[in-house]
Design a protein around this ligand. Structure first.
Ligand code: SAM
Ligand code: SF4
Ligand code: SF4
Length: 364
């Protein structure tokens, strides 16, 4: 299997691999590749209403078979090739990544890899927190640097309604504390859906001010095709910031890294910071440096892409590391995605026509 270079505007064949020694490969819009998000399972023990609605992902849903998943060795090979193209951060996600058996072994393999600068890649994990209390220490020992835990409400009844499997919020809070006790910095992600948990914003802010946990509010996104997304369900980040600012005054803070998805706001009284991820109302495609690897080995260069590049087929056809690296350089070098920037230009019909992958398949 091979990837065909595309002809450029001048008719010349463009390999796409514009490579700078220190930064790796740039895409067609001059964006480097820095962040690889690896989905290690498409399964989850939650059925969050905005991600895996129970009526769709129910008893009969066809999850991937074991042989369809990338093996740890295959993931390691792809991660190594991605690091050679400029990746510095690997994020394990899913589905629920802690459901993948032996996840610590995968972490240890990834922790032994090196970036272009010769250092260990930063290894992060996004989890619903349900198994963190059990796994936090082993994850830290294997090489995880930080965790992001999804937490949509502190109200137990609402939390259970949102995960739709009756999972109690106290167990997630326990997992968060276990991660902290294991020495893992923790960020918390809250997806805000209008009419569902927008009344929780202040309680969450109050609970985590001054704790060192960074709380980030995410605009509800139109990923996938099963969650019945509508613009009316989106609570714009500006509204979230205004709500918190009215009670606990905030000042804007500088980004900590280029391409950072969250806009940071600092509490004026020194009680730490929050972040808002404005994927819908304030697109950040211009600095988007992320690629996503699905559980079965498809590489997506945009969260809203309808098709991924089948790296599993490439690996299983016997490709060596040089061929894999060349494929990655070609895929990234020709990337021109910027869906969030053009979303508002699409008519509802055109938006509905685009086939989109599910968040639980590709990871957040
Ligand atoms: N199961 C893990 C978890 O929930 O943290 C990891 C996978 S989950 C798909 C990754 C992130 O995507 C979570 O923080 C989740 O809240 C977020 N997410 C899922 N669906 C979303 C949507 N429609 N809009 C915005 N964020 C979403
Ligand atoms: Fe599972 Fe995470 Fe999706 Fe919730 S957001 S259903 S925890 S994958
Ligand atoms: Fe990146 Fe695509 Fe999201 Fe834009 S829409 S920020 S290109 S993932």
């Amino acid at each position: 299997m091979s990837f065909t270079p595309r002809p450029g505007p001048d008719g010349a064949t463009r390999t796409g691999a514009r490579r700078l020694p220190s930064t790796g490969t740039l895409d067609a819009l001059d964006r480097p590749l820095r962040d690889l998000r690896i989905s290690v399972t498409d399964r989850c023990n939650f059925r969050c209403v905005y991600c895996m609605p129970g009526e769709v992902f129910g008893r009969d849903y066809a999850f991937l078979e074991r042989h369809e998943l990338l093996t740890f060795e295959e993931i390691e090979r792809i991660a190594r090739a991605a690091l050679s193209q400029g990746v510095r951060k690997l994020r394990l996600t899913g589905g629920e990544p802690l459901l993948r058996r032996g996840i610590e072994d995968l972490v240890a393999r990834l922790a032994a890899l090196r970036t272009l600068d010769g250092v260990k890649p930063e290894i992060a994990l996004t989890t619903n927190g349900s198994a963190l209390a059990v796994k936090a220490e082993a994850l830290k020992a294997a090489g995880v640097d930080r965790v992001t835990v999804s937490l949509d409400s502190l109200d137990d009844a609402l939390f259970q309604r949102m995960n739709d499997v009756g999972f109690p919020v106290a167990r997630v809070l326990h997992g968060i504390d276990a991660a902290h006790a294991a020495g893992l910095p923790v960020k918390l992600n809250t997806v805000v859906k209008r009419g569902m948990n927008d009344g929780e914003i202040l309680d969450l802010a109050e609970r985590f001010r001054g704790t060192g946990y960074v709380l980030r509010f995410i605009e509800y996104m139109d990923v996938g095709a099963t969650n019945g997304w509508s613009m009316a369900d989106v609570v714009p980040s500006a509204e979230i910031v205004a709500t918190i600012d009215a009670r606990f005054p905030l000042d804007p803070a500088e980004p900590t890294a280029p391409g950072e998805t969250a806009q940071r706001w600092r509490y004026r009284d020194g009680a730490g910071e929050i972040g808002v991820i404005s994927s819908v109302t304030n697109a950040f495609c211009g600095s988007c440096n992320r690629a996503r690897l699905s559980t079965e080995g498809r590489l997506f260069t945009c969260l809203f892409a309808s098709e991924g590049h089948d790296l599993r087929a490439l690996l299983r056809s016997g490709a060596d590391d040089a061929a894999l690296t060349a494929a990655l350089a070609s895929i990234w070098g020709t990337r021109d995605d910027r869906y969030s920037e053009v979303r508002s230009l699409l008519t509802p019909e055109l938006r509905a026509d685009r086939s989109r992958i599910e968040m639980s398949y590709i990871g957040g």
